[in-house]
Design a protein around this ligand. Structure first.
Ligand code: C2E
Ligand code: MG
Ligand code: MG
Ligand code: MG
Length: 291
């Protein structure tokens, strides 16, 4: 029972095989309605400057507060929304919410709180994307340099020239571009060469084995060095243990994100003013749970 598991626990939205097709149609219909009736939520996960342990900003992560099923994680509906095109509408809403939240935190703290928003391939190929981003920045007053748009190699699987052109246009607004999940794609070097970017996010799968597996440690060290050589900021994703944290310190990694520092939570659960990211205060858990 979803409710009994607590407010921020996530549950799966996975149908049995026989019902898969009907369920997929139902899911999309429900999701379209959910988007319009306020069932989507944005949760925020802090990004930490490893040099001083302070929160520099947050990544916006969408969740679906399903009336019967509890908190549904994005992996259960973003792929379907991407395939159907509904992701454009969802993404626009997330962008508006997240950027106004960052503007509010900035006003509250007097510090430039950054916000990172994930941009799917379909969103990037939407003709209005640059106009929409420019309008949201203008409406909220957030300085463009405080917004980072995160893209994955998936944007190169569509029209490469279009993707590169769009990212350049977004950067021309002053927005930063991050390459998300770095190292997991088929051609990480190719997209690093093609995509105009400012930030490299090292995928959690590499960070996981830091310190325990020599190979992963070497790979992460090279990625950090690669980012430095290219003049990119680097963020290690999915830091969960003090040991991973320590190794990242040894490797002079500049930024990190992960449960060790803070889980994705609704905006009011965060305190950018007090700036207490390091798990000193036990935080409510947000987890995927089976129904
Ligand atoms: P991502 O952009 O790579 O986001 C990081 C994911 O790793 C998030 O999962 C986050 O909750 C999780 N994570 C962070 N730290 C840790 C950790 O220490 N340990 C573990 N095990 N996991 C950690 P989440 O929120 O389920 O999002 C999954 C993916 O869904 C995201 O991956 C992103 O690709 C996509 N997504 C989320 N929100 C949006 C959105 O608004 N728009 C689009 N297009 N995609 C989104
Ligand atoms: Mg991301
Ligand atoms: Mg990522
Ligand atoms: Mg990821």
């Amino acid at each position: 029972e979803a409710k009994a598991l607590g407010k921020n626990r996530m549950v799966r939205y996975v149908p049995g095989m026989a019902e898969a097709a009907q369920c997929e149609a139902d899911l999309l219909q429900d999701l379209a309605a959910a988007t319009r009736s306020g069932q989507l939520e944005v949760h925020y996960q802090p990004t930490i400057d490893l040099a001083d342990g302070r929160t520099t900003g947050y990544e916006a992560l969408v969740r679906w507060r399903h009336p019967g099923r509890g908190l549904v994680p994005p992996a259960e509906f973003i792929p379907q929304a991407e395939a159907s095109g509904l992701v454009v509408e969802i993404g626009r809403w997330v962008l508006e919410r997240a950027v106004s939240q960052a503007a509010a935190w900035t006003a509250e703290t007097g510090r430039p709180i950054g916000i990172a928003v994930n941009l799917s391939p379909r969103q990037l190929s939407d003709d209005d994307v640059v106009t929409v981003v420019a309008r949201v920045l203008a409406d909220t007053g957030l300085p463009a340099g405080q917004l980072t748009l995160e893209v994955t190699e998936g944007v190169l699987l569509r029209d490469v020239d279009e993707a590169v052109g769009r990212l350049a246009a977004l950067r021309a607004l002053g927005v930063r571009i991050a390459i998300d999940d770095f190292g997991t794609g088929y051609s990480s070097m190719a997209y690093l060469r093609r995509l105009p970017a400012d930030v490299l996010k090292i995928d959690r799968s590499f960070v996981q084995d830091l310190g325990s597996d020599g190979r992963s440690t070497t790979l992460v060290a090279s990625m950090i060095e690669l980012a430095r050589s290219l003049g990119l900021e680097v963020v290690a994703e999915g830091v969960e243990t003090p040991q991973q944290h320590a190794v990242l310190g040894d490797l002079a990694c500049s930024h990190a994100q992960g449960y060790l520092f803070g889980r994705p939570l609704p905006a009011p659960a965060h305190d950018p003013v007090g700036d207490m990211p390091s798990g000193a205060v036990p935080e409510p858990r947000e987890e995927v749970a089976a129904l």
